[in-house]
Design a protein around this ligand. Sequence first.
Ligand code: ZN
Length: 185
Amino acid sequence: MIDQTIKLGDVVWQANFASCAEVWLTCPCCNGAKEVTVILGDGRHVHTECKWCQSGFDLPRGVVKVYQPKARTQSLMISGIIKTETPKGEVWSFQSLDDQLNHVIRKAEELFFTEAEALVQAQKEATTYLQRNLAETQPKQEHYKSYAWNAIYHLEAAERAQRDLAHHQAKAHICQERSKKKETQ
Ligand SMILES: [Zn+2]
Protein backbone atom coordinates (compact mmCIF):
# COMPACT_ATOMS: atom_id res chain seq x y z
CA MET A 1 0.00 0.00 0.00
CA ILE A 2 1.36 3.40 -0.92
CA ASP A 3 1.18 6.55 1.22
CA GLN A 4 1.48 10.30 0.79
CA THR A 5 5.27 10.10 0.43
CA ILE A 6 4.50 9.33 -3.24
CA LYS A 7 5.17 12.23 -5.62
CA LEU A 8 3.61 13.20 -8.94
CA GLY A 9 5.27 11.27 -11.77
CA ASP A 10 6.27 8.30 -9.55
CA VAL A 11 5.56 4.86 -10.96
CA VAL A 12 3.57 2.52 -8.71
CA TRP A 13 2.12 -0.97 -9.11
CA GLN A 14 -1.42 -2.22 -9.14
CA ALA A 15 -2.69 -5.75 -8.48
CA ASN A 16 -4.58 -7.21 -11.39
CA PHE A 17 -5.71 -10.56 -12.69
CA ALA A 18 -7.22 -11.98 -15.82
CA SER A 19 -9.41 -15.06 -16.06
CA CYS A 20 -7.79 -16.74 -19.01
CA ALA A 21 -7.32 -20.51 -18.87
CA GLU A 22 -10.34 -22.81 -19.12
CA VAL A 23 -10.07 -25.71 -16.68
CA TRP A 24 -12.37 -28.74 -16.81
CA LEU A 25 -13.21 -30.38 -13.49
CA THR A 26 -15.10 -33.59 -12.78
CA CYS A 27 -18.79 -32.78 -12.48
CA PRO A 28 -19.54 -32.37 -8.74
CA CYS A 29 -23.10 -33.62 -9.29
CA CYS A 30 -22.58 -36.97 -11.11
CA ASN A 31 -18.88 -37.39 -10.27
CA GLY A 32 -18.16 -37.88 -13.97
CA ALA A 33 -20.68 -40.72 -14.42
CA LYS A 34 -22.95 -38.49 -16.59
CA GLU A 35 -25.99 -39.89 -14.78
CA VAL A 36 -27.42 -39.71 -11.28
CA THR A 37 -29.48 -42.20 -9.31
CA VAL A 38 -32.67 -41.22 -7.54
CA ILE A 39 -33.87 -43.59 -4.81
CA LEU A 40 -37.64 -43.54 -4.48
CA GLY A 41 -39.53 -43.99 -1.23
CA ASP A 42 -40.28 -47.64 -2.11
CA GLY A 43 -36.55 -48.37 -2.58
CA ARG A 44 -36.54 -48.39 -6.38
CA HIS A 45 -33.43 -46.85 -7.99
CA VAL A 46 -34.05 -44.63 -11.00
CA HIS A 47 -31.10 -43.59 -13.17
CA THR A 48 -31.46 -40.30 -14.98
CA GLU A 49 -28.98 -38.26 -17.00
CA CYS A 50 -27.03 -35.56 -15.19
CA LYS A 51 -28.29 -32.13 -16.11
CA TRP A 52 -25.57 -30.23 -14.25
CA CYS A 53 -22.83 -31.08 -16.77
CA GLN A 54 -25.19 -30.87 -19.74
CA SER A 55 -25.09 -27.84 -21.97
CA GLY A 56 -28.35 -27.07 -23.81
CA PHE A 57 -29.56 -30.14 -25.69
CA ASP A 58 -26.10 -31.81 -25.71
CA LEU A 59 -25.47 -35.03 -23.80
CA PRO A 60 -23.97 -34.73 -20.29
CA ARG A 61 -20.18 -34.43 -20.41
CA GLY A 62 -19.22 -35.50 -16.88
CA VAL A 63 -17.10 -32.36 -16.51
CA VAL A 64 -17.74 -28.70 -15.72
CA LYS A 65 -15.75 -25.66 -16.79
CA VAL A 66 -14.15 -23.03 -14.56
CA TYR A 67 -11.88 -20.16 -15.48
CA GLN A 68 -8.45 -20.27 -13.87
CA PRO A 69 -7.45 -16.70 -13.11
CA LYS A 70 -3.89 -15.57 -13.63
CA ALA A 71 -2.36 -13.03 -11.23
CA ARG A 72 -0.89 -9.98 -12.95
CA THR A 73 0.54 -6.61 -12.09
CA GLN A 74 0.37 -3.32 -13.88
CA SER A 75 2.59 -0.28 -13.52
CA LEU A 76 0.94 3.12 -13.31
CA MET A 77 2.20 6.68 -13.13
CA ILE A 78 0.86 8.93 -10.39
CA SER A 79 -0.82 11.92 -12.02
CA GLY A 80 -2.62 13.43 -9.06
CA ILE A 81 -2.66 13.31 -5.27
CA ILE A 82 -5.95 14.09 -3.55
CA LYS A 83 -6.38 14.79 0.13
CA THR A 84 -9.91 14.69 1.54
CA GLU A 85 -10.85 15.80 5.04
CA THR A 86 -13.37 13.45 6.65
CA PRO A 87 -14.78 13.28 10.21
CA LYS A 88 -12.37 10.39 10.75
CA GLY A 89 -9.35 12.34 9.55
CA GLU A 90 -7.46 12.80 6.28
CA VAL A 91 -8.03 10.32 3.47
CA TRP A 92 -5.54 10.17 0.62
CA SER A 93 -6.35 8.93 -2.83
CA PHE A 94 -4.27 8.95 -5.95
CA GLN A 95 -4.94 9.65 -9.53
CA SER A 96 -3.01 7.48 -11.94
CA LEU A 97 -2.54 7.33 -15.64
CA ASP A 98 -3.34 3.88 -17.01
CA ASP A 99 -2.48 2.24 -20.35
CA GLN A 100 -5.45 3.89 -22.06
CA LEU A 101 -4.24 7.23 -20.66
CA ASN A 102 -7.29 7.49 -18.43
CA HIS A 103 -6.85 9.30 -15.13
CA VAL A 104 -8.35 6.89 -12.60
CA ILE A 105 -8.67 7.65 -8.90
CA ARG A 106 -7.52 4.80 -6.68
CA LYS A 107 -7.32 4.29 -2.95
CA ALA A 108 -3.91 4.02 -1.28
CA GLU A 109 -4.51 0.31 -0.51
CA GLU A 110 -4.99 -0.47 -4.22
CA LEU A 111 -1.49 0.69 -5.18
CA PHE A 112 1.94 -0.59 -4.16
CA PHE A 113 5.50 0.70 -4.11
CA THR A 114 6.90 -2.54 -5.57
CA GLU A 115 5.80 -5.07 -8.16
CA ALA A 116 6.36 -7.93 -5.65
CA GLU A 117 3.82 -6.44 -3.22
CA ALA A 118 1.30 -5.95 -6.04
CA LEU A 119 1.82 -9.56 -7.14
CA VAL A 120 1.05 -10.89 -3.63
CA GLN A 121 -2.20 -8.89 -3.67
CA ALA A 122 -3.00 -10.08 -7.22
CA GLN A 123 -2.53 -13.70 -6.14
CA LYS A 124 -4.89 -13.15 -3.19
CA GLU A 125 -7.53 -11.66 -5.50
CA ALA A 126 -7.09 -14.46 -8.04
CA THR A 127 -7.54 -17.08 -5.31
CA THR A 128 -10.73 -15.40 -4.08
CA TYR A 129 -12.03 -15.27 -7.66
CA LEU A 130 -11.25 -18.96 -8.23
CA GLN A 131 -12.94 -19.97 -4.97
CA ARG A 132 -16.05 -18.02 -5.98
CA ASN A 133 -15.97 -19.75 -9.40
CA LEU A 134 -15.61 -23.16 -7.78
CA ALA A 135 -18.53 -22.45 -5.44
CA GLU A 136 -20.65 -21.68 -8.49
CA THR A 137 -19.90 -25.13 -9.95
CA GLN A 138 -21.65 -26.75 -6.95
CA PRO A 139 -25.29 -27.65 -7.63
CA LYS A 140 -27.87 -26.11 -5.33
CA GLN A 141 -30.60 -27.91 -3.38
CA GLU A 142 -33.27 -26.92 -5.97
CA HIS A 143 -31.23 -28.65 -8.65
CA TYR A 144 -31.26 -31.97 -6.75
CA LYS A 145 -35.02 -31.61 -6.18
CA SER A 146 -35.55 -31.37 -9.95
CA TYR A 147 -33.96 -34.84 -10.34
CA ALA A 148 -36.54 -36.39 -8.00
CA TRP A 149 -39.31 -34.68 -9.95
CA ASN A 150 -37.84 -35.79 -13.32
CA ALA A 151 -37.28 -39.37 -12.15
CA ILE A 152 -40.86 -39.76 -10.93
CA TYR A 153 -42.27 -38.04 -14.01
CA HIS A 154 -40.37 -40.29 -16.46
CA LEU A 155 -40.99 -43.42 -14.40
CA GLU A 156 -44.74 -42.78 -14.33
CA ALA A 157 -44.75 -41.94 -18.04
CA ALA A 158 -42.85 -45.19 -18.82
CA GLU A 159 -45.24 -47.27 -16.69
CA ARG A 160 -48.24 -45.62 -18.35
CA ALA A 161 -46.73 -46.28 -21.78
CA GLN A 162 -46.17 -49.94 -20.86
CA ARG A 163 -49.79 -50.30 -19.70
CA ASP A 164 -51.01 -48.59 -22.88
CA LEU A 165 -48.78 -50.85 -25.00
CA ALA A 166 -50.14 -53.98 -23.32
CA HIS A 167 -53.69 -52.70 -23.71
CA HIS A 168 -53.26 -51.80 -27.40
CA GLN A 169 -51.42 -55.05 -28.15
CA ALA A 170 -54.30 -56.99 -26.56
CA LYS A 171 -56.83 -55.03 -28.61
CA ALA A 172 -54.80 -55.47 -31.78
CA HIS A 173 -54.54 -59.19 -31.04
CA ILE A 174 -58.34 -59.45 -30.66
CA CYS A 175 -58.85 -57.62 -33.93
CA GLN A 176 -56.42 -59.95 -35.66
CA GLU A 177 -58.20 -62.98 -34.22
CA ARG A 178 -61.58 -61.66 -35.40
CA SER A 179 -60.33 -60.99 -38.94
CA LYS A 180 -58.77 -64.47 -39.08
CA LYS A 181 -62.10 -65.98 -38.03
CA LYS A 182 -63.86 -64.02 -40.78
CA GLU A 183 -61.36 -65.28 -43.35
CA THR A 184 -61.90 -68.93 -42.34
CA GLN A 185 -65.70 -68.58 -42.36
ZN1 ZN B 1 -22.71 -34.34 -14.23
